[in-house]
Write a protein that binds this ligand. Structure first.
Ligand code: AMP
Ligand code: FES
Ligand code: ZN
Ligand code: ZN
Length: 320
């Protein structure tokens, strides 16, 4: 079959849009789609300072390439954040890849090495605290994302979450009937004073399969391997797989869910918009101490939030 827009051979079929496209027109289709998402939800404005969190996986590498490209249309500053979790060869290769690709794009990068900040890697912390690595990793990454965006005075932190991720989270929260949790799954989450940074998800309306194809056509360098702690049997991963199967039978059902979700957002209860300040580090917390300060106190006998913020501040100073 031919491309819908030119005489070249069609290389991708997009069932939900009933489109067959050549490589060049598919690339254009994705670039336009992400720009449209950014404009539709007002994710980035001229003059913004965006910090993009890049793990080295296909989603965040694609996001980085697209945000670098879109800077030609909307004029904003772009900074890269990579967290080196110290998970053996996996983290080493991810870090090298993100560093060299960022350099190629000529963008500033902040690399946070966990071993340097806390003296331990994710694997060591999990062992010491006898907790699953992924839950520890989640708490630490969330904290470092927020702290870096705050110290950099970024307008927003961008992550590579895609349409399949969001649909998975919506269903997961729906099963748990955590309706305020669902509220947070919007493409834009606003900041709160100087303790919570705004977050944006520019790949909100882009299917994982589309990102995979785009990365392949653009020959983007990305980590093929998954984190060694990845388990296909977790609820998230099983749900995601099922959603993909349903999408195959009913093309467009996932993007339909997201669109209707956004339309209905006011029907979901708003989570409370006031936060407490962590007594140690001054960032957002649900109690006296934030999860990062509690976790590091258990690990080292001393809560590390304040020192971590100071360390990030010193790295940012070196950037300029
Ligand atoms: P995940 O929770 O691993 O699915 O990652 C979600 C998003 O968080 C990715 O798309 C990235 O934007 C960001 N991210 C995950 N891991 C890292 C990391 N080690 N360094 C920087 N950003 C990351
Ligand atoms: Fe966090 Fe694998 S990336 S445990
Ligand atoms: Zn074409
Ligand atoms: Zn704290």
């Amino acid at each position: 079959m031919k491309c819908k827009y030119c005489s070249r051979r069609g290389e991708v079929t997009i069932p939900y849009a009933r489109l067959t496209l050549c490589k060049e027109h598919f690339i254009e289709f994705i670039q336009r789609k992400v720009l449209r998402t950014i404009k539709r939800y007002n994710l980035i404005k001229p003059g913004d300072k965006i910090l993009v969190a890049v793990s080295g996986g296909k989603d965040s590498i694609t996001l980085l390439q697209l945000l670098s490209e879109i800077r030609k249309t909307i004029n904003y500053d772009l900074y890269v954040l990579h967290i080196d979790l110290g998970i053996g060869e996996y983290s080493k290769s991810s870090r090298t890849l993100v560093e060299s690709y960022t350099k190629q794009l000529g963008l500033p990068i902040i690399i946070l090495e966990l071993k340097k900040i806390l003296g331990y890697t994710i694997s060591e912390i999990a062992k010491k605290l006898k907790r699953p690595p992924c839950s520890i990793c989640g708490i630490i990454k969330r904290y470092l994302f927020n702290a870096t965006a705050i110290e950099l005075k970024a307008t927003a932190l961008a992550t590579g979450h895609n349409l399949d991720d969001i649909a998975t989270f919506i269903l997961k929260e729906f099963f748990a009937q955590n309706l305020t949790g669902i509220w947070k799954l919007q493409p834009y989450n606003e900041s709160y004073k100087d303790i919570v940074a705004a977050r944006i998800k520019p790949l909100y309306e882009t299917y994982e399969e589309e990102i995979r194809k785009y990365a392949e056509f653009m020959k983007l360098p990305y980590m093929q391997e998954k984190c060694p702690y990845y388990k296909p049997t977790t609820l998230d991963n099983v749900l995601k797989q099922k959603i993909k199967e349903v999408e195959e039978g009913f093309p467009g059902i996932t993007i339909g869910l997201i669109r209707r979700f956004i339309k209905n957002i006011d029907k979901y209860p708003r989570p409370k918009t006031s936060f407490l300040k962590c007594r140690i580090c001054g960032l957002a917390s649900s109690g006296e101490k934030c999860s990062y300060c509690k976790l590091t106190e258990k690990l080292l006998g001393e809560p590390m939030g304040y020192k971590t913020r100071e360390y990030i501040k010193s790295l940012i100073k070196e950037l300029k």
